[in-house]
Write a protein that binds this ligand. Structure first.
Ligand code: SF4
Length: 294
């Protein structure tokens, strides 16, 4: 029989009565619902992880320029700058988070292969934060794969209670959701405490409530790519607070419902139409005209 959960509270209850950790429960859940063996869904997730890793690698290798010309090899530029100057504003690790996130997001804008996690527009957040932290901390591959199931479980709660769509609820439901999924997943690398996982996810989403979707010309480039970087950094900061035992006062489910309410009140111009916010600035209009005249 298929297993179902609508909210994070429900998921927590099921995890608690199963006696499993959140990640092992979600692997079991996926296997049951897909009608496959657990090892099968784990190996499928392993392939997803490899695709994310490849997009980081490819994104950093060359100067990626999008068809519009808006995206102009920013990951490559940052990499070259660091190689030449060895100057990091904070630390090489922090720069690596930025680099990897930019790399994957640029691959999306330049028609490369990415994993939509949860969407193409927010595809840089999870690899840029989760994979980078796991690599820097020497976390083994199996644990990292398990963390991706945690991210998926949190994403499913978003989908059940609200949506993962910028067109419906603004960028809070794309980069915000990706950041929230990543924050919980990062915690799961180091702790099985489901309350800490929930707190991290709730922090990350609370920090971006109200984030509108306003891509220039409707292209998932500006501000999407640098917004992914913000989402990755936000996820790590949220995970660090939660790992220290700082608790969310508002449960994750309620934060997601708040996001949904805010999204429903957003005017259409701020929900992926490219007709409001940043997309309506004079420079954005000029950039778009220049591209159309090409
Ligand atoms: S601004 Fe809109 S299109 Fe860009 S990542 Fe956010 S939700 Fe997606």
């Amino acid at each position: 029989m298929k297993i179902k959960f609508k909210s994070f509270a429900e998921l927590k209850e099921k995890v608690s009565s199963s006696g499993l950790t959140l990640s092992t429960f979600l692997i079991h859940y996926e296997a049951i619902n897909e009608g496959k063996e657990e090892e099968f869904v784990i190996s499928k997730m392993d392939k997803t992880l490899s695709a994310m890793e490849e997009s980081i690698e490819k994104g950093l290798k060359n100067k990626n320029v999008s068809k519009t010309g808006f995206v102009n090899g920013w990951a490559y530029q940052l990499k070259e700058y660091i190689n030449g100057s060895n100057f990091h504003l904070l630390s090489p690790e922090f720069t690596e988070v930025i680099l990897n996130t930019l790399a994957v997001s640029e691959m999306n804008a330049c028609m490369g292969r990415i994993v939509a996690a949860p969407t193409a527009g927010s595809c840089g957040v999870l690899p840029g934060s989760l994979i980078t932290v796991a690599k820097l901390k020497g976390v083994d591959r199996r644990k990292l794969i398990e963390a991706l199931f945690v991210a998926g479980g949190i994403g499913e709660v978003f989908q059940n209670l609200a949506s993962l769509s910028g067109a419906r609820h603004g960028c809070q439901a794309e980069v915000g959701a990706a950041s929230s999924m990543s924050a919980g997943a990062i915690v799961s690398l180091f702790s099985d405490d489901i309350d800490k996982i929930e707190s991290a996810s709730a922090f990350a989403l609370k920090n971006v409530l109200g984030l509108v979707c306003d891509p220039i010309g409707g292209f998932v480039e500006i501000p999407c790519i640098k917004r992914n970087v913000m989402g990755a950094v936000n996820a790590i900061a949220s995970a660090e607070m939660a790992l220290a035992g700082i608790k969310t006062l508002i449960p994750l489910d309620e934060v997601i419902i708040a996001m949904k309410r805010i999204g429903e009140r957003m005017p259409l111009e701020l929900r992926e139409t490219g007709e409001g916010g940043l997309a309506l600035t004079e420079t954005a209009k000029r950039l778009l005209q220049k591209f159309k005249a090409k």
